[in-house]
Design a protein. Sequence first.
Length: 139
Amino acid sequence: MLTSVVRERYRSATVAALDQALSTLDDHETLLLLYYHVEGLKLREIARIVEEPKSPIRRWFQRRSSRRSRVHESTVMRWLDKVYRKVSERFHAELAGKHGLKPEEIEICKAIAAEDPAHSINLSPVTGGVLKKEEISAS
């Protein structure tokens, strides 16, 4: 457990770096995170949303794939994994570059982010066009 002094010293850098890393995501990447972590949807449910004709994320998928097939859960997991890596890389770059932290200090920031994500991350709405699962199904 980190002491409160260490936590406070690195907390602001952690929050700023996470905010910056999340703000640089594309809309479809943010939607994936929102569907999975905020809405609590399972991989299969996200795959079904992608398959829906009125889905905001479907257009992105169609651009990435030349074939019009079903979306498997493992595909959604690969997309999420790619987003996690992107956030992690940008988080590290922000802490090292802007905040001048050393690798061991970045590890402290990672621990802070992992212990307290609900209080550290501010997920703002992407656009007014984000549809919830119920809205897509009702269409």
